[in-house]
Write a protein that binds this ligand. Structure first.
Ligand code: ACO
Length: 426
């Protein structure tokens, strides 16, 4: 196959190199197209545009394949915990046992936030959405650690990345507790990352847990719950150049503070078409209410004149089963009894899935369940309220965003993101 692509416009022919990645489609390098021809390319929504070179995450949407740093997601979930995944994304290699323990220890020590955050959170009304508080708190982190604007060496990058990964669960738990108007719980240095988050969500002051009448031993965070949430964090850790990651890279390209870039990513994730879908899935299942109503809503989803969409279905890249959804579906089955998953919602979800997977409308458009379709029922069983679902996504995804931020910053050829337009005004 030719190593160049030719574009003919009238009498002129322009020739562009074809770049080959290690996986995925070839890419035509049209960077000089405007200079050569005086024309722009038009690709709203970036459906045919590779916006950067990356070595972090690979998705094959046709095959339903996802890899972090070359490792298949299915293997990573089986063999590693979430903090190993963070290490892998940040360092491009899996940690040794010692490195994993050291990283775990560092995250525990960095989980605390400045006491000034109490004032910040208390300034929000209790009705504020946790995502609004979380994005504001992450922007505020850039005020507390302003030195990060000038980091240039690997150690500085690492410290900045580790700090935000460690603090995100703490800030998320404080945001949740603010919605209830209850005092925050400090991180417990004796607890693993994921366990610590559940602890900060659930514990009573003094680190005590809710107890039933007459119960002597207080209930703590169960191992199976930690494992389930750890898997959810792992599955959300990175996902190539999606809307929020592209937002992070765009903000990074302006030279803004790294935590300001992550905050922008959080806001981009909040939307219903992106990470906000997990909250909408459960809302939709509740609205459908009963299996007998599923047909009616499937009909609405197929009606081109009705804006109703099946939340948790479809994906820009996956034209096959989302591999993350497959893993979560299996996890749902495993946890059904032990975590007492909501059988009514599960029944409705299974019915939707069963119909959609063989209905011509969904089949023709390659609309499969995505990760958000399955995460909500598990999160609910963990006692996580619906308005915290997207914050859970944020906790998992922060490492991906920061890894992508670092990759961008370390590229000497990185340019400010500045697309052009097809002007149709006066
Ligand atoms: N329900 C019904 N129809 C759908 C759905 C859906 N969930 N998703 C797409 N379609 C239809 C569209 O109406 C369109 O039909 P048409 O060709 O007849 O006009 C066709 O499928 C293609 O849809 P687009 O919106 O063009 O696809 P796009 O790649 O731009 O959007 C998206 C992908 C945003 C995820 C979309 O499928 C959607 O809105 N899904 C529901 C929200 C959701 O679950 N988001 C989470 C995504 S995963 C994540 O971010 C973690």
């Amino acid at each position: 196959m030719s190593k160049t692509a030719k574009i003919q416009i009238g009498e002129e022919t322009y020739e562009y190199p074809i770049l080959e990645g290690t996986r995925g489609p070839k890419v035509v390098d049209i960077r000089s197209f405007y200079k050569d021809s005086g024309m722009f390319t038009f690709d709203p929504g970036f459906t045919s545009t590779a916006s950067c070179k990356s070595e972090i995450t690979f998705i094959n949407g046709e095959k339903g394949e996802l890899r972090y740093r070359g490792y298949k997601i299915e293997d990573l979930v089986k063999e590693h915990n979430y903090i190993d995944i963070c290490y892998l994304l940040l360092h491009a290699k899996l940690p040794t046992k010692e490195q994993s323990l050291e990283f775990d220890n560092e995250l525990r020590h960095r989980a605390f936030v400045d006491e000034g955050f109490k004032n910040l959170f208390n300034a929000f009304p209790r009705t504020a959405h946790p995502m609004a508080m979380l994005s504001s708190a992450v922007t505020a982190l850039s005020a507390f650690y302003f030195d990060h604007l000038n980091i240039t060496d690997d150690l500085g990058f690492e410290e900045m990345a580790t700090r935000i990964i460690a603090k995100i669960p703490t800030l998320s738990a404080i945001a949740y507790r603010r919605t209830l108007g209850i005092p925050l719980i400090y991180p417990d240095i004796d607890r693993y990352f994921t366990e610590n988050f559940l602890y900060m969500m659930r514990a009573y002051p003094g680190g005590k847990f809710h107890r039933e009448v007459g119960q002597i031993a207080p209930t703590t965070v169960k191992e199976i719950e930690v494992k389930a949430l750890d898997t959810i964090f792992t599955l959300h850790a990175d996902h190539e150049q999606n809307a929020s990651t592209t937002t992070v890279r765009t903000v990074a390209s302006t030279g803004a503070h790294p935590y300001a870039a992550i905050s922008a990513g959080i806001n981009a994730l909040w939307g219903r078409a992106h990470g906000g879908a997990n909250e909408s899935v459960i809302a939709q299942l509740e609205m459908i209410g009963d299996v007998k109503n599923v047909d009616k809503y499937i009909k609405k989803a197929k009606d081109p004149n009705d804006p109703f969409r099946l939340m948790g279905f479809g994906h820009r890249v996956y034209k096959n089963f989302d591999p993350r959804a497959k893993i979560l579906k299996k996890l749902q089955d495993q946890l059904k009894e032990e975590l007492k998953l909501d059988s009514r919602l599960l029944e409705i979800a299974h019915k939707i899935e069963e119909i959609a997977l063989r209905d011509e409308y969904f089949v023709k458009r390659n609309l499969y369940p995505n990760i958000d379709f399955y995460s909500g029922v598990i999160l609910s069983a963990l006692g996580i309220p619906r308005n915290m679902f997207t914050a859970i996504f944020v906790i998992g995804r922060t490492v991906g965003w920061i890894s992508q931020w670092m990759e961008f910053k370390k590229d000497p050829k990185a340019k400010i993101a500045r697309p052009r337009q097809l002007y149709l005004g006066d």
